[in-house]
Design a protein around this ligand. Sequence first.
Ligand SMILES: [Zn+2]
Length: 210
Amino acid sequence: MVESPYNRAMQDLIRQLLAELGEDPTREGLVNTPRRVEKALRFLTGGYDANVDQVLNGALFTVDYSEMVIVKDIDFYSLCEHHLLPFFGKCHVAYIPTTKVIGLSKIPRLVDVFSRRLQVQERLTNQIADTIRDAVNPMGVAVVMEATHLCMSMRGVEKQNSFCVTSAMLGIFRDNARTRMEFLELLKLRAAVLAGRDVPTANFACMFED
Ligand SMILES: [Zn+2]
């Protein structure tokens, strides 16, 4: 079996982990697992290496437009930092420009950059909102994320909360109920996140449960 020497130390750790779990890391099905797991983990945490300025570079445009810009249903996949298990779902982003907009294709890319790190859903939501605010200085930014947490659903913990909604409302989305409602109405999530900020948090639950 040819083994990539990409990161021997990490592969050794994964082999050790397999052994500690009671497995035989030398059996046929597992012999290449350390290399695969390393490659997968590198990809899933690739957001640490990404440079947000570079992602946005050349994608900011000056406009004379001040209507709400919405990008809905962006798929995202992240890893819960408490259990290293996936949480994944949909992200919805809105902002109201003042003078600048972001190229639409860059918003899913931004979501990827922050998702591909060890995260909690609340921080992920805030990081996306803060980055857009800092990039285009809009009248406001709203980010809503809906996710399933495998650390909860696979372990049978708090099944009813394993689908979790978080939101970050900045500027006019925080200060103006009508603007916020307009956005939530478009998402058909009004009942779930009517309060804007006070939504159930899966991550705290997942921490309490260990
Ligand atoms: Zn967790």
